[in-house]
Ligand binder design. Structure first.
Ligand code: AMP
Ligand code: GLY
Length: 424
């Protein structure tokens, strides 16, 4: 079958790399893609926001299934539009995508179905939001309700900061995402992520991961899309995994099903491991980036077959095989990221980095003739698979050292928590 993959990040390169191994695949297309994806798929210059262009491309290229990488098109109803046109899609409907698209929606679902999460309240104007602060302890968390490219969450350390954050949200700092605000209690613990593949009724555990959101070593500096990740996350013991599945994922699926909007696709649970057990911080309805880059190398089964089973509602008949090894990815970003950075700087040495089982997934790259250029903030994901996180870390940094990119930088300590845990 002909498949169209949508997106242009490291996540989509990892998906393209894995989909390309499927015996079910005839031809893989990607829109818009990047220079790495172009090695395994035919790229088309269509943006993921251009739904009409995507539908047209599907008709002209006999595409029977579309794999939607990022959340934007899911929240905007692309899976529904494709279904109406008789084209299959991997990913949830617009209604079900509210699990990522509206924090208030998810909190209400948690309240209704008794899913552990921080205490909260939703507000549509500032006066009552500020009054609610009277009953909240500090720190307190202020969230813009909608999609805000990972920036709509403020951990306020003082009452003044909390009031300022409320004013900022309603004043439009996060655009439309801030027309509603969720105020919630601050949860203490360690963060980890769990990924489940869902078919509306059944959830299949894909794996766990931890990422490094801050730009600087020692988890310092501003937040980014993620500077590195590893899978599995040693902090997610079998007991934590079982509790997350039974207390969070399964009731979410049952709740969505009972509302008449079954959830199909990836449920990516951002968790806080509190002293009471796992609590839900947030859901995403797609793979994480860079978490996907560490899940795909560990998957031995056919990804396309599993995705199709998720869409068809037949996951119970399937089983996924996973490598026992650990994967770790180091993000190379353009100097200046997450603030402004230079574009069109030259990169060399990717082939040398890919020795011995290391894979380099591309994010913001483009090719001009034989030359590879950086055109984005996060640019490469150097990914290694090994017996321990420590070995995977050493192997990934060997790959990083083989790459010549004057304008690039990376964190030097990806995986520190897991390595420390392995050593105790
Ligand atoms: P989100 O965009 O919802 O993932 O939030 C971004 C980050 O804010 C999370 O990864 C957490 O580090 C932090 N965060 C969000 N909600 C809470 C909470 N209730 N308690 C503590 N930290 C939180
Ligand atoms: N790495 C965080 C995300 O994909 O949302």
């Amino acid at each position: 079958m002909n498949i169209l993959l949508l997106g242009s990040g490291g996540r989509e390169h990892a998906l393209a790399w894995k989909l390309n191994q499927s015996p079910k695949l005839s031809k893989l297309y990607c829109a818009p893609g990047n220079a790495g994806i172009a090695q395994v798929a035919q790229c088309a210059d269509i943006q993921v926001t251009d739904h009409a262009g995507i539908l047209n491309f599907c008709k002209n290229n006999k595409i029977s299934y579309v794999v939607i990488g990022p959340e934007g098109p899911l929240v905007n109803g692309l899976a529904d539009e494709l279904a109406q046109a008789g084209i299959g899609a991997f990913g949830p409907s617009a209604y079900a995508s509210q699990l990522e698209g509206s924090k208030g929606f998810t909190k209400d679902l948690c309240a209704e179905f008794n899913i552990p999460t921080a205490a909260y309240k939703r507000f549509t104007e500032a006066v009552s939001a500020k009054a609610f602060l009277d009953v909240m302890s500090i720190p307190v968390v202020i969230k813009a309700d909608g999609l805000a490219a990972g920036k709509g969450v403020i951990i306020a350390e003082t009452r003044e900061q909390a009031e300022q954050a409320i004013d900022d949200c309603f004043a439009g700092s996060f655009g439309d995402a801030g027309h509603e605000v969720v105020i919630e209690a601050f949860l203490e613990g360690e963060e980890a992520s769990l990924f489940a593949l869902c078919d509306g009724q059944t959830a299949m555990l894909l794996g766990t991961a931890q990422d490094h959101k801050r730009v600087g070593d020692g988890d310092t500096g501003p937040n980014t899309g993620g500077m590195g990740a590893y899978s599995p996350a040693p902090v997610m013991t079998q007991e934590m995994i079982n509790r997350t599945m039974s207390e969070i994922i399964v009731p979410t699926l049952a709740g969505m099903h009972s509302r008449g909007h079954p959830f199909k696709g990836i449920l990516y649970a951002g968790l806080m491991l509190t002293k009471n057990g796992p609590e839900l911080i947030e859901y995403n309805v797609r793979f994480g980036d860079p978490e996907c880059q560490v899940l795909m190398p560990r998957l031995k089964s056919d990804l396309l077959e599993l995705m199709l089973a998720s869409s068809e509602g037949s996951l119970l008949e399937h089983d996924a095989q996973w490598s026992d090894e650990c994967a770790l990815t180091v993000v190379l970003a353009a100097k200046g990221y997450p603030a402004s950075y230079e574009k069109n700087t030259i990169i060399e040495g990717i082939e040398a980095a890919e020795k011995d089982g290391t894979v380099v997934f591309h994010a913001g790259t483009a090719k001009d003739g034989e030359n590879l250029f950086a055109i984005g903030g996060r640019v490469l994901n150097v990914t290694a698979l090994a017996k321990t996180v420590k070995d995977a870390q050493a192997q990934a940094y060997e790959g990083v050292n083989a790459i010549q990119w004057e304008n690039g930088f990376c964190r030097k300590d990806i995986g520190w928590r897991a390595v420390a845990r392995e050593e105790t």
